[in-house]
Ligand binder design. Structure first.
Ligand code: ADP
Length: 494
């Protein structure tokens, strides 16, 4: 009777519940935005209760829209914005502070202190991460320091910490289950990705009592069941993965060396490195991709801050286009970039440069420069930034990849995909379903309950929409000039 899987996709600005059928296709979606709080410059918070209420609403709403009952759902999979930190009272289930969002920079100075004290190497060795306010550990520290009595209560075992997956799992099970999966645990900066344990030395360094941490489970197993009164029947919750890891699974990048790139606001690249942790020598992150069937897979990750957002900039700041997709036609009004390079370092530069003093830069302008040249340069910037991360991954992993699987809003842009193929020399593969983040969690949940029987079965569901091969145009000049432009954009605000 169980005919569908639901993915609970808890994003940063909105949450969705998505119904998948046996073919892995989306049959219905409910989506709702929730409020972003910016109490001080650099601070970003969410209301934990709103995260839960919004998510609960979307699940009920999508069931209603599809005209089905909870009894027809074989399992729920959760995928979530990563690192965002919540602490709640185990007895009442009430959080003691708002959710501190991954983007929040309030602990940046504390992280600088940790670096100055020389902890960078050992933290990278244990967790695969670079010390940064981005990850959960310093955010937990902040809450325990700034909410009265919190440290003491944590020590007495009264409090629970969780990322958004853990919070939703707790709420869905009526407070019965306090757990996370390995992919989310690996983003806390407290989890040793080699031993697969919470790391006692790191807990000591951050002075975080072990008793507040969730149990760490695999990414595909039954963690618990939803409370019957929530949706009318009890549904097993059977898959959890952080958003980027879920997308990697949804793209079926299940073999070492396979890479995906999500072209959203930023560009998020991830390479499966199999059962091996590859320590980056070039400022990429090593992280856990998932644990399925007792086997852990690792990944290398590189994030670019401004990807599709460069197109938003052309649309909203420069009025070049009315809608983001129109940028493709505008870029096609010219044959090439006319010598224009556009480095979108609006918020500094991410992987592999990590230059927080970098800035945006447009260079090579002449009297002949047209809007089309700038639009073309913007698309090239997305592709060239992604190329830099892909080249870095190849260096770190010693793997020469052959193809790149793509998803995210801007992957619909055929010209961008062709440029991406040309500058990387890779085959670009765009699947039919580009909602791979949600799809990954559905696959993980479906595998755990036998809705799908094997990775091979899932593999056979995964279908290609379009591929792009290198056209053979000479890209050496573009690549050379691009890296010169990046050099000029670096450190501008230092
Ligand atoms: P997010 O999940 O980060 O909100 P999406 O995956 O929805 O992002 O992708 C939206 C982003 O992609 C926006 O930044 C938008 O400017 C860009 N975008 C959307 N469609 C296109 C397109 N056809 N060409 C280029 N950029 C696009």
């Amino acid at each position: 009777m169980s005919e569908y899987i639901i993915t609970v996709d808890a994003g940063t600005t909105s949450e969705r519940a998505i119904i998948f059928n046996r073919k892995g296709e989306i049959v219905n979606i409910s989506q709702k935005e929730f409020e972003q709080f910016y109490p001080q410059p650099g601070w970003v918070e969410h209301s934990p209760l709103e995260i839960w209420e919004t998510q609960k609403f979307t699940i009920n709403d999508v069931l209603e829209k599809q005209g089905i009952s909870a009894a027809q759902i074989a399992a729920i999979g959760i995928t979530n914005q990563r690192e965002t930190t919540l602490v709640w009272d185990r007895a009442t289930g009430k959080t003691i502070y708002k959710a501190i969002v991954w983007q929040d920079r309030r602990t940046a100075d504390y992280c600088e202190e940790l670096k100055a004290l020389g902890h960078e190497q050992s933290i990278q060795d244990k967790t695969g991460l670079l010390i940064d306010a981005y990850f959960s550990a310093s955010k937990i520290r902040w809450i325990l320091d700034n909410v009265e009595g919190a440290q003491e209560r944590a020590e007495q075992g009264e409090l629970a910490f969780g990322t958004v997956d853990t919070w939703l799992l707790w709420k869905l099970t009526g407070g019965k289950v306090h757990a996370t999966d390995v992919s989310n645990a690996s983003r806390t900066m407290l989890y040793n990705i080699h031993t697969l344990q919470w790391d006692d030395e790191l807990l000591k360094l951050f002075d975080i009592p072990k008793g507040i941490l969730p149990q760490v489970k695999s990414s595909s197993q039954i963690y618990g069941h939803t409370e019957k009164e929530l949706f009318g029947a009890s549904i097993p919750i059977a898959g959890i993965a952080g958003d980027q890891q879920s997308a990697l699974f949804g793209q079926m990048c299940t073999e070492p060396g396979m890479v995906k790139n999500t072209y959203g606001t930023g560009c998020f690249l991830m390479m499966n490195t199999g059962g091996k942790v590859i320590k980056s020598r070039h400022k990429l992150l090593s992280t856990i991709a998932w644990k399925v069937g007792g086997e852990v897979s690792y990944a290398l990750e590189g994030s670019i801050f401004v990807g599709g957002a460069i197109v938003q900039f052309l649309r909203d700041n420069l009025d070049f286009v009315d809608n983001a997709p129109d940028v493709e036609a505008l870029a096609k009004t010219v044959d090439d970039n006319g010598g224009v390079y556009f480095v979108p370092g609006f918020v500094g530069l991410g992987a592999p440069h990590w230059d927080q003093y970098g800035t945006g830069l447009m260079i090579g302008l002449t009297r002949g420069t047209q809007k089309g040249h700038i639009a073309r340069a913007a698309l090239e910037a997305m592709a060239l930034q992604s190329m830099e991360v892909i080249d870095t991954m190849a260096l770190d992993a010693g793997i020469d990849q052959k193809e790149l699987r793509v998803d995210g809003g801007a992957s619909a842009n055929n010209l961008l995909m062709q440029i991406q193929s040309d500058v990387t020399g890779l085959k670009i593969v765009r699947p039919e379903i580009v909602e791979t983040t949600a799809q990954g969690a559905a696959f993980l949940a479906g595998l755990a309950v036998g809705y799908w029987n094997s990775k091979e079965e899932i593999q056979s569901l995964w279908a290609v929409d379009k591929t792009f091969d290198p056209s053979g145009v000479n890209v050496s000049e573009i690549k050379k000039r691009w890296s010169e432009a990046v050099q000029r954009a670096k450190s501008w605000n230092l």
